[in-house]
Design a protein around this ligand. Sequence first.
Ligand SMILES: [Fe+2]
Length: 305
Amino acid sequence: MAVLANYFDRHPCEPDKKVPTPVTRENMVHYIYVPEDPHHADLNWMYASTETMFSGRYHLAPGSMFTPPDVHQGDEYYYILNGTLTIFNPKTGQVVELKKGECINLPKHAPHKGYNFTQEVTEILYLIVPSVWQKGEAGPPPYDEANMVLLNDLRAEQGKREGLAIEKTDTKKLGIGCWPTDPVAVRETGEFVKVNDENKLRTIHGREFPIPVNFFFSTDLGHMGEITIPYGGNGPRSMEELTLGGDATLFVHEGPVTFFFPKDQGCYTLNNDEVMFVPAGTPFNIINYQSKIIHVIFSVGGKIF
Ligand SMILES: [Fe+2]
């Protein structure tokens, strides 16, 4: 972990020198986690680590799981790029299965352990906000796996699962900063919250050149969602200029995608699985020069505006 820790809060830019930066295979931080136990490690590419966010991608091989359970100093949001993930909270016994295109909020301090019970590789995009582990630490605190709530224990544990925070969320608060549930209440119970096509927070960005912007998660700590740019018209379809309040990584899911920065006229066209790092407060456009719809997954640490 010493190697990964070297990049904390300073990738792809030093904290005082942040500029729009493409993150491609050459500068993604590639690592296995945990390196001390390669038999139970997942395969990782870290895209960005700043003081407000930590984002990247990991793969779980067929039949594998990761050990020990992970526990973070922030919320973690997943988007399943491919395959099926079974995610387990060893403390409560909660198990959720996620398929391609589905998402989950693993609240701050909630232990989680991932399994791939299928025959294909599971590929996951993750965002952790604001920070992955304690300052100065290179991994989570030790977890006593003897205490995992497994099938044999569930009869005793069922009573403890009553009164979930999801059911207690005040629906008047829902929206940007509070989606799909009250983030503070969910952190208290540690329950996982799944989002799929049915319960994304849907918005439209732009009056003259409208595009759909859908949030999977929007909390006081960060935001994850998708931007779709249609094609066709009198010119290339461009998103209307947008400026985000927090550092962001924009993952090219279906590209190529052109990112344009009006301030210095910087222009980057990135292919599938490449990422644009956009520092907080930087105006940008996304332009579609293709003859098909393009799709970007955004991950933002801190404020959205
Ligand atoms: Fe995690």
